[in-house]
Design a protein around this ligand. Sequence first.
Ligand SMILES: Cc1cc2nc3c(=O)[nH]c(=O)nc-3n(C[C@H](O)[C@H](O)[C@H](O)COP(=O)(O)OP(=O)(O)OC[C@H]3O[C@@H](n4cnc5c(N)ncnc54)[C@H](O)[C@@H]3O)c2cc1C
Length: 383
Amino acid sequence: MSQVLPIIRLNEEEEMFREAVLDFAREQIAPHVMEMDQKAQFRRELLDQFFELGLMGIDIPEAYGGTGGNFFMSILAIEALASVDASAAIYVDVQNTLVNNAFMRWGNEAIKQKYLPQLAQEKIGAYALSEPSSGSDAFGLKARGEDKGDHFVLNGTKLWITNAAEADIFLVFANINPELGYKGITAFVIERGFDGFKVGKKEDKLGIRASSTCELIMENCIVPKENVLGETGKGYKVAIETLNEGRIGIGAQMLGIMQGSLDAGVQYAQERSQFGRQIAQFQGLRFQIAEAKILLEASRRFVYNAARMKDAGDDFVMEAAMAKYFSSVNAEKVTSRMIDIFGGYGYTKDYPVEKFYRDSKIGQIYEGTSNMQLDTIGKFLLK
Ligand SMILES: Cc1cc2nc3c(=O)[nH]c(=O)nc-3n(C[C@H](O)[C@H](O)[C@H](O)COP(=O)(O)OP(=O)(O)OC[C@H]3O[C@@H](n4cnc5c(N)ncnc54)[C@H](O)[C@@H]3O)c2cc1C
C-alpha cells in the first residue's frame, strides 16, 4: 500500500532550515521591527545578513553561487521571516520567487552567468511590471522600447516597485511593438547605473512599511541588446509565469503573519485577567482562538500544496491562485481577531498585533488582487 504523506509534514532538512531562519529572525530582526516600521526603513545590515545566510538565492543552483535548495524552501523561509516581520519576508520573497525565478527560467547562459551570482550573493533585485495606469490590466502597460540595432531605448514609468530603493538589478517590462498588443511586451534587465534610469518617489504605506515601494522612471534609458530576458515579444509569458510562482510566496507571507499574530494572541490570553480569571478561561475567547488556528492551518495546506506541486513539475496555477486568495483573506480575519483578543491594547503600537493586521492587507492586493485570483480560478472551471 502506498504511503501518503501529509502535505504539511517537513522532512529533516526542511525542518532544520525553517528553525535556522526562525532563530535568526527572532534574534536579529525582532529587536528592530517596530523601529523599522516607524521609520519606514529596513536596516541594511540585515539585508547583508540575508545574503550571508544564503536566503537571497535559495533555489539558485550552487554552480551559479546560490544555496542549491528548492522552491519549497523559499516558501519556508518567507513564512518564518513573516512570523516576525513581513517586510523582512518581502525582500526574500521578491528576490527568490520573482526575480531569481525569472532569471533561472528565462535567462540564456550568458545572463545566468552574469546575474545569478550577483543576485545570490550581493545585489537586490526588483520586478517592475505595474504602472500608474495599468495594474490588474498589466499588459496594458505604456512603457515603450525602441530597437536601435545593438541596444534598446526605453521610456516610461513603473509604479509600486517593491525593493526598488535598495535594488541594483531591475527586471522591467516594456512594449517594443504596440501594434502587436501584448505580443510586443519584452522583459529587460536594467542595472541601477544605466543611462536614463532612475528610482523615483518612495510610497508612504499602511503596512509592510519597512519594505520599500518606489516609482521607476525611464527617460531614454539605454539597455544593451543582450539584456533582453527571454525572447523579444515573449515578456508577457515571463511576467505571467513568474507571477504564478510569486503568488505562492505571498501565500507564505500571509501564513507567517497569521502565525505571528496567533502566537501573540495565545500568549496574551494567558496573561490578561478580567472578572478574576485569565481571559483564556472564557469559552468565547477560546473559540475565537481555535477558529483562527483552523483558518491558519487550512491556508497552510493550500500554500504548501501549491509549492510542492511547483517543485514536482505539476500544473500548479489554479492551486497558487487559490492559495494566495485563501491565505490573504484569512490573514486579514485572523489578525483582526487577534486585535480583539488584546482589547484596547491591541489597538496600540505597544503590542505587535496592530502591525500584523496592517501588514496583512497587502496580501489581497499585490501580485494580482483577490478579484484577479477569482478570475483565474473561474477561467479554469469555466473554459
Ligand atoms: C505595496 C505594493 C507593492 C507592490 N509591488 C509591486 C512590484 O514589486 N512590482 C509590480 O510590478 N507591481 C507591484 N505592485 C502593484 C500591484 O501588483 C498592483 O497594485 C495590483 O496588481 C493592483 O493593480 P492596481 O493598483 O492598478 O489596481 P486596479 O487594477 O486599478 O484595481 C482596482 C480594483 O478593481 C478591481 N478590478 C480590476 N480589474 C478587474 C476585473 N477584471 N474584474 C474584477 N475586478 C477588477 C481590482 O480587484 C481592484 O479591486 C505593488 C503594489 C503595492 C501596493
